[in-house]
Design a protein around this ligand. Structure first.
Ligand code: BEZ
Length: 391
């Protein structure tokens, strides 16, 4: 009896050891499973596609490997729908058992991803969504961002507008984290440089019925309007603003999302618009020129800021994996190396803050034809305040 029990417990111990060995082997060899959770439908669909293109381009440039390991992709269309976000991210974490999550565009969806990444201790690289809280009160060692916080470009545009003599501005945006945080950043920058926001106008995401709000702007006649919209919604807003004749009398400013990846569709309506962002199409550096050329050859389209952020997400992950020779079980060294990396980005070199968010130059750009052209550095090496992050 005792012998049988001994035999059973030895077998159990052997099985446990084999399982642990299997996990260990999977952590250091075979393909790394990357879960891409991005919008492939809806108003942000083009942004999701550009991020994936950029990510894949960097991996291809490394011979299809990061940290010496092949990459296997798993994909979920998050539809930019926060109500489906937890189910969607769990498909990647629990069903597909991915090693790393990469996503997403929409801040509301990203907040749910960050919670799931923290709860499951899964690595998360955010290639767009700017939700301030993710690198604020929710910050975590296993989460980094290759993009921006919503505060960053908004704050820079506020500073620029104030220096241009704007005293009274109105804001207009979708009523969710990205819009409200972007306009808060703008308000903070504008107040610092001598102006103020007289009214914030909002509508639900992804609504594009702007007419009543444009009528209100026309009646109030502010010195300038600051708008956060992106993707399909930005195309419609900029066209509607021009069709109402407002662009002739009230300058329209915004974070660069208002005119990035959208110019062919916006056409004349966007010409000469000023925006602030951490990227400009014509940055004349060998790094940016090589990136844009490779992207155009691979995808037969022009790169935009979303492609850059996808490319840099792969680069940050790749630099971390290189430091641990592709061994995911060396988690602390991997996340430390990802945070310490100097990212050789098409936007210019940048570092990550302790909270895991880019510390980067924010450029003032002007629309000329189909390009967002560099005009000046609006704010040098701008770090998000990371309010509430305790790491
Ligand atoms: C966001 O939801 O954080 C976002 C979406 C599109 C462009 C920029 C930010």
């Amino acid at each position: 009896m005792r012998t049988t029990r001994n035999l059973l417990s030895s077998a159990a111990a052997l099985l446990a050891a084999l399982a642990a060995f299997g996990v260990q082997a999977q952590a250091s060899s075979g393909p790394i499973k990357i879960g891409l959770m991005l919008p492939y439908s809806g108003t942000y669909a083009a942004l999701g596609a550009a991020i994936e293109n950029g990510f894949r381009l960097y991996v291809q440039e490394q011979g299809g490997k990061l940290g010496g390991r092949e990459i296997e992709y798993f994909k979920v269309d998050d539809e930019s729908d926060p109500s489906k976000a937890t189910d969607n991210v769990n498909k990647l974490i629990k069903r597909d058992n991915v090693d790393v999550l990469v996503g997403t565009v929409h801040s509301g969806v990203a907040l749910a991803m960050a919670k799931a990444a923290k709860d499951n201790n899964t690595l998360l690289v955010i290639p767009n969504a700017g939700a301030d809280a993710i690198t604020g009160p929710m910050c975590a060692a296993n989460i980094v961002r290759s993009s921006f916080t919503n505060w960053q470009p908004g704050y820079a545009m506020g500073i620029v507008a104030g220096h241009k003599g704007v005293k009274r501005a109105m804001t207009i945006t979708w009523n969710y984290a990205a819009g409200t945080e972007s306009t808060k950043g703008f308000t903070e920058g504008l107040e610092k440089s001598g102006g103020k926001v007289t009214k914030d106008l909002t509508l639900a995401f992804p609504n594009v019925e702007f007419q009543a709000l444009l009528t209100e702007i026309a009646a109030q006649k502010p010195d300038a309007v600051y708008a956060f919209f992106a993707g399909g919604g930005a195309v419609k807003f900029v066209k509607d603003y021009a069709a109402a004749g407002l662009n002739k009398t009230i300058p329209l400013y915004g974070p660069g999302f208002l005119t990035d990846g959208t110019l062919e569709a916006q056409g004349a309506a966007a010409q000469n618009m000023l925006t602030t962002l951490h990227y400009a199409d014509n940055l004349d550096t060998p790094r940016n020129n090589a990136f844009r050329k490779a992207y155009a050859i691979a995808y037969k389209s022009n790169a935009d800021v979303y492609a850059v952020q996808g490319y840099d997400a792969a680069q940050i992950l790749g630099n971390g994996l290189k430091a641990v020779n592709g061994d995911l079980s060396r988690r602390d060294q991997l996340t430390a190396a990802m945070r310490k990396t100097v990212v050789d980005s098409p936007r210019g070199k940048f570092t990550l803050s302790a909270a895991g968010n880019p510390v980067q130059d924010i450029y003032l750009r002007e629309v000329k034809g189909n390009y967002n052209e560099f005009r000046s550095v609006a704010v040098k090496a701008l770090a998000d305040p990371a309010r509430g992050c305790k790491l």
